[in-house]
Design a protein around this ligand. Structure first.
Ligand SMILES: NC(=O)c1ccc[n+]([C@@H]2O[C@H](COP(=O)([O-])OP(=O)(O)OC[C@H]3O[C@@H](n4cnc5c(N)ncnc54)[C@H](OP(=O)(O)O)[C@@H]3O)[C@@H](O)[C@H]2O)c1
Length: 323
């Protein structure tokens, strides 16, 4: 439902359109931009969710119905904007919604339409490890998507977060639940993959700083990781320690996970997907030479804060507002 806008809101210097503005990361980017005084359009295929997602904040974004794969809805969503953020996700391919269509073609089209309209800034949310040469369909599409955006919009910011955590995430909340539930916790392979979980609100703050004119030595590619690197095994032990419990770990070969994920993907809300397995095969750690949160003066927060928030939410059962 579109909000009635104040005439002041129509100052194009201050309008930012966030594709995926109702998502896990996108909603935090919207919130941070509103706090910085921008006028924000939250674009998604289900604009009615905007009122629900932002029910607890004082200043609402404008809800815009747009599908990133539809050229005309892209155009009307971005017209008059100063900056555009692409925080659209696709984790499981379904029909015409393929990784190639959404992460490569549509990302490139959105960047090209933004460039044609002389929009100042474009931010593409990608992921650490994106690689146009990868054997994995998903990781390859993310890498090719970065290339499509860079060619269509020279100087676009490419933001690669590590796995993101938050009280409503799909990563730590699942681990916390399973550690409490399972007598033995299955590892991905031998649990040696290195991860650097980053707090979703820190990534959102970083994106809002980029849009507000902060950068680092003219860099356009940023990798955002958290304060600590863990092997998957170490991470599970650390979470168990913080939950004041014990976890028994069991190695499970990647081939077994792949077979399980292939079946899981047939379910309406797949609990695990083959692209997640692909991502767990390789280290997911910010490159030492890539600018990150530190270069934007953000002190990354650790998983302890998120685990406390997850435990509190389990107590109160609230799931609507972005922290
Ligand atoms: N979550 C992580 O740990 C993580 C880590 C690294 C990188 N990333 C990247 O960060 C980005 C955001 O991820 P997320 O986890 O925040 O995703 P998410 O929670 O699944 O949200 C995705 C958003 O995209 C919108 N969307 C999906 N398909 C769309 C389409 N065809 N047209 C327009 N909007 C569409 C969704 O709204 P509707 O369904 O209403 O359209 C929703 O607002 C993605 O690029 C993801 O790969 C995520």
């Amino acid at each position: 439902m579109a909000r009635q806008m104040d005439p002041d809101d129509l100052n194009p210097e201050r309008i930012v359109t966030v594709f995926g503005g109702t998502g896990f990361l996108g909603r935090r980017i919207v919130k941070r931009l509103l706090e910085r005084g921008f006028t924000v359009r939250a674009a998604s295929r289900h604009p009615a969710r905007v009122a629900l997602v932002f029910s607890s904040i004082r200043r609402m974004p404008e809800a815009v119905e747009a599908d990133i794969t539809d050229a005309s809805s892209i155009r009307s969503a971005i017209t008059g904007s100063r900056a555009v953020v692409n925080a659209v996700s696709l984790y499981v391919e379904q029909g015409v919604q393929t990784f190639e269509r959404v992460h490569v073609k549509a990302a490139g089209d959105l960047a090209a339409a933004s460039h044609d309209r002389a929009i100042d800034q474009f931010v593409q949310i990608s992921g650490i490890g994106s690689d146009p040469q990868s054997d994995s369909n998903y990781i390859r599409a993310r890498g090719r998507g970065e290339g499509a955006v860079e060619s269509a919009f020279p100087g676009a910011f490419i933001v690669r977060p590590a796995v993101m955590t938050g009280p409503d995430d799909a990563f730590l909340t699942t681990i916390v639940r399973l550690i409490r539930l399972l007598p033995v916790y299955p590892l991905f392979g031998d649990g040696g993959t290195r991860l650097q979980p980053v707090y979703v609100a820190d990534v959102a703050e970083a994106v809002s700083r980029l849009i507000d004119g902060r950068s680092h030595k003219g860099s356009s590619i940023f990798e955002f990781g958290g304060p600590r690197i863990y092997t998957y095994k170490e991470l599970l032990r650390e979470i168990a320690r913080q939950l004041d419990t014990h976890v028994k770990l069991m190695p499970v070969p990647f081939a077994v996970w792949n077979a399980l994920a292939g079946v899981a993907e047939l379910l309406p809300a797949a609990p695990i997907t083959r692209n997640q397995i692909d991502l767990m095969r390789q280290d997911n750690v910010a490159a030492i030479d890539a600018p990150g949160l530190k270069e934007l003066d953000i002190e990354p927060r650790g998983i302890d804060e998120v685990i406390r928030a997850i435990e509190q939410r389990r107590g109160v059962g609230s799931r609507s507002s972005p922290p």
